[in-house]
Design a protein around this ligand. Sequence first.
Ligand SMILES: [Zn+2]
Ligand SMILES: [Zn+2]
Length: 443
Amino acid sequence: MPDSFGQWARDVRKRLRRVHVTKRDDEPEIPYLPPNYRVPLTAQPSTAPSISATVNSALFTRLPPEARQQILVAAFGGRTLHMNLRLGPPLLPFSERPPIPPSALQYMPHGGISAELEHGQWPEEVLHAARRARVAVPGTKPVWQWWGCECHRNLPPGDERVVIAPWQDRCVRGEAKWCNLYPGDAPGKCLIGCLGWLMTCRQAYNEGINVLYSTNTIFMASRKLIDTLILSVSNSPLGQRVLVPPHRLVLLTKLELVWDWALFIRPEDNEQQTAHRADMVQSLGLLPRAFPNLVTIFISYSDVLYRRPISPDKYLGEIDRELLLPLSEMVSQFSRLDQCVVELPTCTFRPLMSRAQRSGTEVDKGRSWQDTRFWWEPDCNVKEEGAGSTDETPETSRENQPDQKDRLKGRVGFWVKSGVESDLFFDYQGRPGYLSTQGQVLF
Ligand SMILES: [Zn+2]
Ligand SMILES: [Zn+2]
């Protein structure tokens, strides 16, 4: 969780800017693959690798593929990985970066000084080293850059005494709560570290890339990245360019998204709100095509979701119709999905949770309030409240539904849980305010 309300407010303002900014002509292009990216290394999986590179390798000739798979999973699979695209000052190649002074090394952030560090969070020597790792020539424009790391927000694998939710994840900013409990030194232990193996030979690449994409949970919080990957399966002109090859995306089985959608904004911004809703419905429609083999999906809505001066209590039917119903339609399009969890900002979650308790909807209390969740599906929420148009509510057959809630095949429901602590709150008289301004009424 951010350390202060001020930090919180900066997060919200930054995310709001991201939502409302459309691409300008002077915005740099994202790092699409070149049109001829299908070089031999990235040949289709069906292409039989040449045996010439591995004929003398005991690893490839004596060990069965299952054993190699286990080794690769132990090396760089079975964990959560951050996949991030960000706009910022260009990073210098490692060979051109000045050495990091020892005084900065002792405060090394998760992922190192190339993480998205924020002033006020780090000692000046760390920020100074971070600045010197970037191009400092005046006039240099920001560029879109890839950035990835292992996720260290949770305890090391096997220890689930504490579970930190995706909305609390700040790994890409160099802040990972349990980083110091992982063996080794930062930033080396925080990096994925599979490139050397993948570049060994084609067979190593083919086997390794499958482990990388299919056994890890991929965490994305960059709106630009998420939109680009999803649009790659559309007929949009943007879909003609390739950022990540689609045959890699179909390997993904577990996905966590932190997503910025401003769906409930002030009445005077109605046109913008309508456009955002249409965009989200389109994205949710494309998501099962972009990632058809997902088994679990976790969507965390950021705090820009609800920005109205009236409490969400008054708009529960609209929230069902414009937010939760499109999500259930997305869920119904997956064929392998076992679990879908949606995190909502607390100001939106609380009234929905109260309604779920009043109406007897299934509630899972979890270990704490932050884990509390309720089951949402159209027939037991929208119709019961009388808020949604029955024409828009898909019909579901309870007889065909399995008892186990986490088995979603053929179902259209999902879990809704408490997410990011909202900056927006309403007092006992229903008056709105921002926590970051200590209760000052703003509207
Ligand atoms: Zn770390
Ligand atoms: Zn993380």
